[in-house]
Design a protein around this ligand. Sequence first.
Ligand code: HEM
Length: 505
Amino acid sequence: MRNDWSGQTFPHPSGRKPVVGDALGTDVRAPLQSTMRRAEGLGPIFEMQVFDQKFVFVTGAELAAELADESRFEKALSPALVALREFAGQGLFTAYNDETNWTLAHDLLRPAFTKAAMQRYHPVMLAAAQELFDSWDSREGPVDVSADMTKLTMETISRTAFSTDFGSFSRAEPHPFIPAMIAALQAGQRKGSLNAMPGAGLMARRIDRKNAHHQAYVDSLLDGIIAERRTGEADDCDLLGIMLHTPHPETGERLDDLNIRHQILTFLVAGHETTSGALSFALYYLSRDPAVLAKAQAEVDEVLGPNRDTEPTFEQVAKFRYLRRVLDEGLRLWPTAPAFTRSPRETTVLSTGHTMRPEDWAIVVLPMMHRDPEVWGEDAGEFDPDRFLPENARGRLPHSYKPFGTGERSCIGRQFALHEAILVLARLLHRYDIAGDPDYELEIAERLTLMPRGFELTITPRTPARVAAAAEAGQAEPSEVCPVSSIDQPGFQATSHGCPSGSAK
Ligand code: HEM
């Protein structure tokens, strides 16, 4: 048995069968949601056995908070992440903690997420949002929210990080890179989930054969971008420029071309679906609750004024405090990267009494930890942005909210995602009235991340008169700078390789 926890056992869902273990009850198209259902009543830690692979899941907030203690625990790679390494190699997300490429890339790329860097990305983010709105203004009928948010976030990350335009808004279909990238990554995931089954090798080879042309296309496109930039004009300011032209300040080391390809892919993947899902869930909840929507619109109207074409300045993004709470609450219920995995640095005994060795790992299931009634109350399943009011958040169990992961391997793009998402929500709600189909029931697609499926919005342009009326009727809160906003986070450094601030790449 792999990950056998020295033979210790945990509660498991009913219906375990010889050989297959608990595999049969899992919905392969929605494994997270079926795991959440099957976990009910099993307590803060449980196991599922899939052939000879044991998965241990943590759902209780207190135990998850214990695993967040960096002095005792660190990131581990689940079988799914190990499988992704075939494609994303030692990219930041899939690197093992002790791989030198992780330290090198982390040290080199952190300056690309400073406040100064974000100021440079701000106009690029605004321009991508405007292109989306232009495309909405030129068509009729409801918009497919997840699809359009995905186009937007893909353009934003590719333009800011690699100065590459995928032309998403001028095409009827997504750029061929996108389905190829998704197919290749899903092939990796499928191989990861088959791993424990008898005959896995044969099935993996079949998947590889079917996937070979996707993988080859993605690799050659990314290698082409790298080659073009190597021979073209030096540009040290975007992520690719930093990776190509900046040596490590202390060791002088540089990333090699294969690792740069893996990092580009990592950033394209990690940097778009997660944010697009976060935006889509926020819009879903906004469209379901007229009072929440009115409050959000009153806030944007107060900050941006009556002209629906006004774009927020960099500093104004921090003033959308209510929007930030809406986003936080959406990510509490549906954290779009819904799990991470932890192992102890040395053999340790958990507060549950279980012994955990460095080779053991446990998956923290974020949507369950984020709904633990001990921390979030009996109404934990309800959407209520006011949970994140400072007075309500004060005194809450530390480490009980982790949509961006934990510790030194937590999300490097957190500030980027928050800035982008708040900016887009603000512009969208300022510019349009939104209405969902009242009969729509939230359905969640599990791709690499979580995303509403089939969720459409009817959008209607707001006129200055409507904006003014809404502002008058609204309850906007005083728009002082947000104490928990993206740009005020500790660790947000003010330097960035000396790249000019304010100039868009
Ligand atoms: C709402 C949006 C986002 C969410 C919910 C999210 C969530 C996460 C989580 C949970 C992790 C930790 C995974 C683990 O421990 O295994 C992570 C890591 C990471 N994220 Fe994000 N992310 C978001 C946006 C972004 C963006 C916009 C970027 C890039 C611009 C990005 C780049 C990364 C990278 C490179 C890592 C790996 C960091 C490392 O291990 O050093 N993410 N993210």
